[in-house]
Design a protein around this ligand. Structure first.
Ligand code: ZN
Length: 294
């Protein structure tokens, strides 16, 4: 029986595994992210052992990425602050080494693919996966297809209303200052309150402000994509008290305006945590490898 390869390519580590699904995900290894040559070299060495059975490889990677097949730099990481990785090609060395299809997506699009196949968005055709952690990023599946255009979506960098009186914090995004990521990512919480989010008590005023910003971000996403569900993951969302606060705020800003059944009630089935937990990245990459046919 064939096997599929999965790579969760992050800024600090690459996780690799082979398997066929959530019940069969094995040989997981962790490779530190050093230089592209060394890291990708070790990834290739790992998959050599499975070469004869390997059907395809899926990669969910940090970005931004060039995902346009017509582009001369297709498959590369675009400008990234990660030293040595701007312009690194993730697709080519894997394709050359194994001669199997290799599917590359952003980490958030991969997570969306995994949640769609096995997790919190099974049987839905249009949904969003938003991660709130070191950064904020969103992946979208629209009519069962991962959404790209000229680039992949960059939902973390949308503008949201910023009441400077209530929150004089200028934001941490090096490009925009007070975009959604600049105001509501983990580093923004740490810079504004002087302590990392995991050490802020649940009744700290930080969380009401955080829920407000995330709800305003969701409002924009919701009005543009009209997803059937929004999955929210990432380190900041580990504070589960955020979910009811965000749902309540989204209800206040939207539900009377959009009288559709999914947006009535408590939104407990509408704004949800991921179902695949800490394996979401790898399973997402595996879902890319399996694609429509596996
Ligand atoms: Zn920004």
């Amino acid at each position: 029986m064939g096997l599929y390869g999965a790579i969760e390519a992050g800024g600090t580590k690459f996780l690799c595994a082979v398997g066929t699904g959530p019940e069969d995900l094995r040989a997981i290894i962790r490779i530190p992210t050093t230089t592209p040559e060394e890291t990708i070299g070790r990834v290739i060495t790992f998959f050599q052992d499975f070469r004869s059975k390997l059907q395809a490889i899926g990669v969910g990677a940090f970005g931004p990425l060039d995902l346009n097949p017509k582009s001369p730099t297709f498959g590369t990481i675009l400008t990234t602050p990660k030293p040595g990785w701007s312009g690194a090609n993730l697709l080519k060395p894997l394709r050359e080494a194994f001669n199997v299809p290799v599917y590359l997506e952003t980490d958030v699009n991969a997570a969306a693919a995994g949640e769609g196949r096995w997790g919190a968005a099974r049987d839905l055709s249009t949904f969003v996966y938003l991660t709130v952690g070191t950064g904020i990023g969103g992946g979208a599946v629209v009519h069962k297809q991962l959404l790209h255009g000229a680039l992949h979506p960059e939902m973390g960098h949308i503008r949201i209303p910023h009441d400077w009186k209530r929150d004089p914090f200028p934001g941490v995004c090096p490009f925009h200052g007070d975009c959604l990521e600049g105001l509501a990512s983990g580093p923004a919480l740490k810079a504004r309150w002087g302590q990392p989010p995991e050490s802020l008590p649940w009744d700290h005023p930080a969380w009401d402000l955080e829920a407000e910003y995330l709800a305003l971000g969701l409002q924009t996403i919701l009005c543009i994509l009209a997803p059937e569900r929004i999955i929210m993951g990432g380190g900041v969302m580990e504070n589960r008290s955020l979910f009811p606060r965000i749902r309540q705020r989204v209800r206040e800003v939207l539900s009377r305006y959009l009288p559709i059944p999914a947006l009535q009630g408590d939104l407990e089935d509408y704004i949800v945590p991921p179902a695949l937990g800490d394996r979401a990245g790898l399973l997402g990459a595996l879902a890319l490898a399996i694609g429509e046919t596996g």
